[in-house]
Design a protein around this ligand. Structure first.
Ligand SMILES: Nc1ncnc2c1ncn2[C@@H]1O[C@H](COP(=O)(O)OP(=O)(O)OP(=O)(O)O)[C@@H](O)[C@H]1O
Ligand SMILES: [Mg+2]
Ligand SMILES: [Mg+2]
Length: 630
């Protein structure tokens, strides 16, 4: 359903394609990846898609069969494994905490020692000391800062490795080599090498690592074997006790914007959070951060002083210095991340002795941004951060293949904000994007179908509606997140007229790939959380006190709202028998049904331009991208 535009950006660098080809068949793949191994015949391939969905609660997927013995055989011979086998093996490493259970676990202080033990088993303990690392912590903007830094150094001619989290669609997104997700072939090769060694040697006191620890040591394995010049590494959670903090001597450290998230683990004050993040600073290794609230900055500065770290606060990037080039990631907050990335990259080049070689005439012009840096900043890409996707809704009655259909427009604005500060950033970006969208020049971090520009003239006759598609994890506080979003949008002139609350499809106990099957919609879901979100929306944002379970059928499945729910000025009217309840929101039974319903809405109303902000959870954003991609 989706077409992306791969074009030349203003600075002349080719745009990086966002979605890569769907997975090639296993047979092609193994032939390409493992030439020396015996050829594989179809009947030896074992796909384990035998899944059952729980009828009870939050999308828990239970495997009816876990055939791990045969997985071990595949570890001996990667050519026998499919990508799904690797995902299934990975899923067995998911611990309680990954599933949203935040009960404190004991022994986290020993965690880094445990990671070092895994590195020893993989013969990586000394080799990772050779990696030239940029290490980035922070509450918001870590991933974006990493992506900008990686793109800058790649455009300066270096072989780059980047490890970020989380992934949205496929676990390989976490591992980029030279700016591209690692190939399946290489992933499987390194994955099984690590898996096998750890399985063999990790016994008794040292069991298999939990998921994030495994992924981190796998990243080290990949970067060492791929001989990257620079390894850009994002902290998973916090800093001090994070698995990535086994890095002893990075070239430079970055601390992105700090805010209130993961308080259950990091502490309830900004100072507590800053203390954990500052835990990545290393004696005398230069560090950069962005402007922070004084409560956070004091802690960062104190830690830096104790470690004799030169800590520099970097101002947001001045767009004028980019010579008219737009950043590859949208939103004003990205200027903050880009500024940090420029300083990190420059410092990395200087400390590795490359700055003078590459820019012999640039010493005196430190304040200028080299052209290679601009190219990196303009071509950096990251899914689900201020990403715009124009959906292509086909008109069953219209002339097929024509861009001039009689359907309305459906545009998704996707941003994985999930903290109060990022909600504000997201609200500002959404408002600016929908207001500026009339010029149709905003979709840098997104897609545009061919011929889209022909629609411009029709925009005058369209009725634009901004609606919200929202979910968040239960550990987060929607009482803070939702009002932050709505008031930020309102103060920038954007009124969100309707809100849809929907459960995510992704599960916390299964690692899936881009090609994994989309769960069927036939199962019943527990929508208690979504009804709570809706009640909150109606009460504290709309000021209504409606009895909201009117759409809930007796079998526990909600009905979809009528199609005119989004376009008319009159809000949704309905209610239990004999009552009239007026709402500006709805709980949707599932994400696939919601996307289809939105498409139906614009099919039925050619004058409607639906601008859907998808936010609150990176899982939700990833799921929507996955659905739009198909
Ligand atoms: N500098 C910033 N200030 C405020 N919000 C930001 C900033 N940078 C990014 N964001 C918000 O945070 C979201 C996540 O951005 P990004 O992936 O770069 O951060 P992250 O720290 O890696 O997040 P995560 O905790 O999901 O790993 C964005 O979608 C955006 O809403
Ligand atoms: Mg976060
Ligand atoms: Mg991240």
């Amino acid at each position: 359903m989706l077409v992306y535009a791969k074009g030349l950006l203003k600075c002349g660098a080719p745009g990086v394609p966002f979605f890569f080809d769907k997975r090639k068949s296993f047979f092609t793949k193994t032939k390409r990846g493992f030439h020396s191994l015996p050829s594989v015949t179809r009947d030896r391939v074992h796909f384990n898609n035998n899944l059952r969905y729980s009828s009870k609660s939050t999308e828990v997927v239970e495997k009816t069969v876990i055939d791990m013995d045969s997985k071990e055989d595949k570890a001996d011979n990667p050519a026998l494994s499919s990508y799904d086998d690797a995902m299934e093996a990975l899923s067995t490493l998911i611990s309680r905490r990954n599933r949203g259970d935040r009960t404190p676990t004991s022994g986290s202080r020993d965690k880094l020692e445990q990671v070092i033990a895994y590195l020893k088993i993989l013969d990586l303990e000394d080799k990772i000391k050779e990696l030239k690392v940029i290490h980035v912590a922070g509450t918001e903007g870590k991933g974006s800062t990493c992506v900008f830094s990686e793109a800058i150094l790649r455009n300066c001619g270096f072989r780059t490795g980047m490890f970020t989290s989380p992934h949205l669609i496929d676990v390989r997104e976490r591992f980029r080599i030279d700016g591209l997700d690692i190939s399946e072939e290489k992933f499987l090769q390194y994955f099984w090498e690590c898996w096998k060694l750890l399985k063999e040697k990790a016994v008794d006191g040292l069991t298999m690592p939990p998921l994030f620890q495994f992924l981190t040591v796998l990243a080290f394995k990949i970067f060492v074997c791929e001989k990257v010049d620079v390894a850009v590494i994002e902290v998973g959670l916090g800093g001090k006790l994070d698995t990535t903090n086994v890095i002893q001597k990075p070239i430079v450290c970055g601390i992105a914007s700090l805010g209130m998230d993961h308080m259950d683990i990091l502490g309830n004050t900004l100072a507590d959070i800053a203390f954990h993040k500052a835990g990545i600073l290393k004696p005398q290794i230069p560090a950069f951060t962005v402007p922070q609230l004084s409560e956070a900055m004091e802690v960062l500065q104190k830690t830096a002083n104790n470690l004799e770290v030169p800590l520099e606060v970097v101002a947001p990037l001045d767009l004028k210095k980019l010579d008219g080039v737009a950043l590859g990631l949208s939103g004003d907050h990205q200027l903050v991340n880009a500024g940090l990335a420029v300083s990190l990259s420059r410092c990395w080049l200087q400390r590795t002795g490359n700055w003078e070689k590459i820019f012999p005439n640039q010493e005196s012009k430190e304040t200028e941004i080299p052209v290679a840096f601009c190219r990196g900043l303009a071509t950096a890409r990251l899914h689900g951060r201020a990403q715009v996707v124009h959906d292509v809704v086909s008109d069953p009655q219209g002339s097929s293949g024509s861009t001039e259909t009689s359907c309305g427009d459906l545009i998704f604005y996707l941003d994985g904000a999930h903290s109060p500060e990022s909600m504000e950033a997201c609200g500002r970006w959404f408002s600016a994007a929908v207001t500026g969208n009339k010029s149709l020049s905003t979709a840098v971090n997104g897609y545009r179908r061919n011929g889209e520009y022909s629609r411009e003239s029709r925009d005058f006759n369209r009725v634009s509606k901004q609606i919200l598609l929202f979910n968040c994890m239960e550990v987060r506080d929607p009482q803070v997140l939702l009002p932050k979003l709505v008031t930020t949008c309102a103060s920038s002139g954007t009124h969100i007229s309707r809100a849809l609350f929907v459960p995510s499809m992704s599960t916390y106990n299964k690692v899936i790939s881009g090609a994994s099957a989309i769960p069927s919609d036939t199962r019943r879901k527990d929508l208690t959380w979504q009804f709570r979100l809706q009640r909150l929306w109606e009460k504290s944002i709309q000021g209504t006190d409606a009895a909201l379970d009117h759409t809930l059928k007796s079998d526990g499945i909600t009905a979809l709202p009528p199609h005119d729910f989004l376009c008319g000025d009159a809000p949704h009217c309905g209610g239990p028998a004999g009552t009239q309840v007026v709402t500006s929101s709805a709980v949707m039974p599932s994400l696939p049904l919601t996307i289809n319903w939105l498409r139906d809405c614009v099919r039925r109303n050619p004058s409607l331009k639906l601008e859907v902000l998808v936010t609150g959870s990176l899982h939700l954003v990833g799921d929507v991208l996955r659905l739009l991609k198909r």
